[in-house]
Design a binder for this molecule. Sequence first.
Ligand code: NDP
Length: 280
Amino acid sequence: MKILDGKMLAKSMKEEIKKRVDEAVAAGRRRPGLAVLIVGDDPGSRSYVAGKAKDCEEVGFEGNTIRLPEDISEDDLLKEVEKLNADPATDGILVQLPLPKHIDSDRILRAIVPEKDVDGFHPMNVASLWLKEPCVVPCTPKGVMHVLRDNGYEIAGKHAVVVGRSNIVGLPVAKLLLDANATVTVAHSRTPDLGAVTRQADILVVAVGRPGLVSGDMVKPGAVVIDVGVNRHPVTGKLCGDVDFESAAPVAGAITPVPGGVGPLTRACLLENTLEAWSR
Ligand code: NDP
């Protein structure tokens, strides 16, 4: 069994990005710019935003964190987005979620011009993904594909099972696997006998948000298991995935750990998306 180390892979992706930035800057180009808007003072959001600022610094991007008060009006937040839309030094715009309850998140996310939507959440990017047109691929699904491809796993002809069908993870992962010529099954909360489905998977991607939902007896021997879940363990309080690592690892052919699996790749893919926006 192989542990698929997301941290190492993210490190090599970041080195590659930095190399491209250094070369471009040496040739007289400006650095890629990523603006992160954070509204209010949620500790979780603050730590995510700090991580993104650190990532930008590591690869030589101009990171611009814009902190806005919790009670900002929707219209004023829209104005901030519009300023960034028009700013030639900003290639990527990210609005840290969740936003306060009085703000319509969809309206804000849709105000970002699709070319600068480095999260890939804008309906134009979603539509382009499903139409196989050039688009910004959302970071976590892109990270899942990196794990598979960069570790040399064949996808074409394999049976991939994706557990979870959210717009930000499950569905785009299923679409990317389908485009890579896997036979794809999507399971969800109304799937009876989940184990009977997951046991068919050569590639098993789990994105649910329930600690330990998938145990070893639900994994086909030798399968590649990608655990997207990020949860607090109900007993230990530690970070854990949706897959019960202890029982699944001995059965799987390869498995991503939590933490240190898909998470670091999601962050690296945000940088990759910003670099791509800047290249365009
Ligand atoms: P959502 O809550 O939006 O979606 C969860 C999905 O899981 C739904 O489709 C739901 O089915 C399905 N589900 C719920 N319970 C079960 C069950 N018992 N059996 C089978 N399917 C079930 O979550 P997200 O997609 O946003 O996130 C999923 C997980 O991934 C979370 O732990 C989240 O923290 C993590 N995550 C990690 C990221 C990373 O960078 N590593 C990034 C983004 C998310 P139904 O549609 O029927 O309700």
